[in-house]
Design a protein around this ligand. Sequence first.
Ligand code: SF4
Ligand code: SF4
Length: 307
Amino acid sequence: MLAKWDGTDTSFMDWYRNTVEPAKANFLPPMEEMFSFQKDKDGYHLELPVSDEQKRLIFGIRPCDAKALAILDMTFKDAYEDPYYLPKRNNAVLIGLGCLKPYDSCFCTSLSVSPAESNDVDLMLTDIGTQFLVEKITQAGKELITTASGVEEATEADKTRAKEVKEASYNKVTRKIETKDIKEKLLPAFENQDYWEKVAAKCISCGICTFLCPTCYCFDINDELVKGEGARFRNWDSCAFPIYTKMPMENPREEKWQRVRQKVYHKYEFYPMLFDIIACTGCGRCIRLCPVNWDITQTLDRLPARV
Ligand code: SF4
Ligand code: SF4
């Protein structure tokens, strides 16, 4: 899990694998106040929360999750610049830590992610035994490392060791999917209700796969009102929930198979159409943490061919 770090105890690095909760929760919290309001005889008065521009340093983020943040940025900067997400995100420094023990559920290498390399962080660390090899990726990373103590120039032997470690991590990711032409393969499968019903059969619509997906960003907005004063909140929502798309006239995804299909298409068809990138980084959380072992890699692997 993500936890506050005092910067001294490094013992967690010996057992630490990727977190359950993705780093998105720092920038798009599960619940966030958008503004508060009071009502008096003159009407409603709104008050915006103090903009959260606190500097954040996220240490140990994995390359898949750093890429997921870069994907989320596209959404929150697109037609509308989100005033809640962006100030937090713009004030964050990411220190990546290479994954030496990927899970069985990880398939990041199929999504152009390498478990121990990243250009989506400010500094990238590789554990080479008794030391870490530090790579400066951005200007913010360069500035940070110049203020750090205990840093020394890497030797050729250190660099060789880091290369070996990175290659070994890459080879530990054995789960693969074929993403070439995935958009084209998905298109003809869209109307295949039989297939999506089979795929969705065991899903219990709990929403875990979307809440914990580092690239999912659906939210709902609610007002809490008690005796003339209250607040408006934005909270995580999930396309897995039956009422997620409920509208006055209809619910276009009333059936579970339609919702499961939506989750897959949003990541592998619609997001690439909008932003030219697949909105999945192969972090494997939706496989590892699903209570009924639903598996997106099997769903994509077994897509029916065009009839
Ligand atoms: S975590 Fe599993 S059971 Fe829950 S909504 Fe996702 S696929 Fe369905
Ligand atoms: S869809 Fe699954 S594997 Fe892909 S980023 Fe989301 S949780 Fe990770």
